[in-house]
Design a protein around this ligand. Structure first.
Ligand SMILES: CC(C)(COP(=O)(O)OP(=O)(O)OC[C@H]1O[C@@H](n2cnc3c(N)ncnc32)[C@H](O)[C@@H]1OP(=O)(O)O)[C@@H](O)C(=O)NCCC(=O)NCCS
Length: 153
């Protein structure tokens, strides 16, 4: 088995990103939508690859001194291997290089793994949106709004 690597993402990775996204979220994003996001001039993205296969990616944007995580997904088969933290660290570096002074994101308050990941990376809660995420056949879940300054490290 080869070592994991982080690498840039291009539009040609859209289908592989969509596959990983579909394995991670109830509501999947079509490859065409991911491709359109990747081609946007304000987008930032990074992929994790193992054995030549894309196993995770992060997609963000940076503009006007701010940045926001649009999505972060790691294939369930390779979780707890450090990919999520590495991808987020790369996204913060890309956003900082693009001139962003802070990074924002939204996360399902019940998403224990992601909430712990973001807390460990220094994100702090700055808001809560009750019932933000619709759940088929169940009660809608709250979103936490998290923020992290980027110019302190
Ligand atoms: C959240 C997610 C990206 C984490 O990816 P990962 O590669 O497994 O994360 P890492 O191995 O880098 O873990 C980093 C830290 O996150 C936290 N974490 C990750 N998975 C966790 C879990 N199942 N339970 C509790 N904490 C967890 C831990 O603090 C961990 O640090 P540690 O290993 O030193 O304890 C992954 O679970 C995922 O893709 N989930 C589905 C999609 C999603 O929720 N995306 C985020 C939406 S906002």
């Amino acid at each position: 088995m080869s070592a994991a690597v982080l690498r840039p993402v291009s539009e040609s990775d859209a289908a592989a990103c969509a596959d990983v996204h579909a394995a991670c979220f109830d509501k999947s994003w079509p490859a065409a939508d991911i491709g359109a996001l990747l081609s946007h001039p304000a987008s930032l993205a990074c992929a994790a690859e193992r054995d030549g296969r894309l196993v995770g990616f992060v997609l963000a944007w940076a503009a006007g001194g701010e940045s926001e995580i649009l999505t972060l997904a790691v294939d369930p088969a390779v979780r707890r291997g450090g990919f999520g933290r590495a991808l987020m660290t790369a996204a913060m570096e890309l956003a900082r290089a693009a001139g962003a002074a802070e990074m924002m994101l939204e996360v399902d308050a019940d998403n224990t793994a992601a909430v712990a990941l973001y807390a460990g990376l220094g994100f702090a809660q700055v808001g809560r949106r009750p019932g933000y995420y619709a759940v088929a056949g169940g009660a809608a879940r709250d979103a936490l709004v998290l923020r992290r300054p980027l110019l302190d490290t």
